[in-house]
Ligand binder design. Sequence first.
Ligand code: 5AD
Ligand code: SF4
Length: 441
Amino acid sequence: MKNKYLYIETFGCQMNVHDSGQMAVLLRDLGYEPTDDSAKADCILINTCSIREKAEQKAMSELGRLMKLKEKNPNLIVGFAGCLAQHLGARVHGRVKNVDLVFGTHNIHRLPEMMARVQKERKPVTEVGFSSSLHSLGIFAPPPKGAVGAFVSIMQGCDNYCAYCVVPFLRGPEMSREPKDIVGEIEKLAGRGIREVTLLGQNVNSYGKKTGGRGDFVFLLKKINDIEGIERIRFTTSHPRDLSEELISCFGSLRKLCRHIHLPVQSGSSRILKRMNRGYTAEEYLEKVARLRRVCPEISITSDIIVGFPGETQKDYQETIDMMEKIRFDSVFSFKYSERKGTAAQAIEGKVPETEKKLRLREVQALQDRHTQEKNTSLEGSVQEVLVEGQSRNSRQDMTGRTSSWKIVNFEGRSELIGRTVPVRISRGYLHSLRGKQITP
Ligand code: 5AD
Ligand code: SF4
């Protein structure tokens, strides 16, 4: 039988990367092998993101480009998945002709049935309904050979309704997986050589709140901390409002929990935070950061910042800059506010002009680059424990890995080190990575 090939293009967040992995597993069971060459594919899936307008535009233009391959290969199956597919539903067929499959964020587990229908009926299939179960999260994606880290989805959806954000509309209400299912999955991963797990969810610190009684996020972390073979635990993303005292203290007490937290602040102005419906003030955020640093002085703190939210004045924006100066984040993902249909922020007055948003974004990025560089330079001379992930892309003599604080370290070493944690003395701090020399005992 001829080999069948699957080409997946993924846009957006880690959650989407994880979902794409699950799609690949389901299609592998139907005989599809992954390929990086779209021209060779028998099935193409585009897993889309809708968080900002730019992400949507990219996904649509990629769909248009890849559809051209159908002219040469009429048997090619093209599927449009993820958040934008969830948003547009059957409207995709109106915009682009001959798309075979459109499916949403809750329908991944139905992929085999949808593929069978497309092949049998040769008619477009659309499935974007929400489900009240967690089918798609339970699909086990075996890690690729030699992988050191893996992502594990612990919950889906979001109930927060931040005023700018479409996620609650596209990924549905918050639902947590059972602790025993998560622990079982991580034990399986550890058995296959995985040393580091990153727990995924839109707001991991509210894990288990709705299920009640079966354990909260701290309970889950402690369980995972006991799994043999797992050396490091990370999680993303957490909401400052739900960052509890108990979770903060885990950074001092749980040995395997990495010394890093991604804690999106979004704005340094309490007035804007209120409009954003974030549920905390700038002072409360600063206080939480201070407590994290008291428990774990070396913790690295990264964040997300939006500039140009409706009504953001020069003074509000300056407060974001002041907050950045006070905290000195290790790194920041910063964005221009992008208006999304159906969100509360659409109705808020005081739209900031695009040119002003651009200016503010450029300044935030320049300031953060300065802070990141200063932080990385300050690590020169220190010894960092590095979990080695693989060969460096830039040099065959170099290995690459990360510190507990999530910084990339490159150093000269052999591939036998992959999967091991080794001490490395940092010789140079760059903007995006560190360079060092392994300390041999
Ligand atoms: N415009 C700009 N940035 C946004 N984010 C979410 N929605 C929007 C939007 N409409 C950013 C937030 C969030 C990150 C994942 O994306 O900073 O934390
Ligand atoms: Fe969006 Fe806010 Fe939920 Fe994050 S917490 S996914 S920003 S609504």
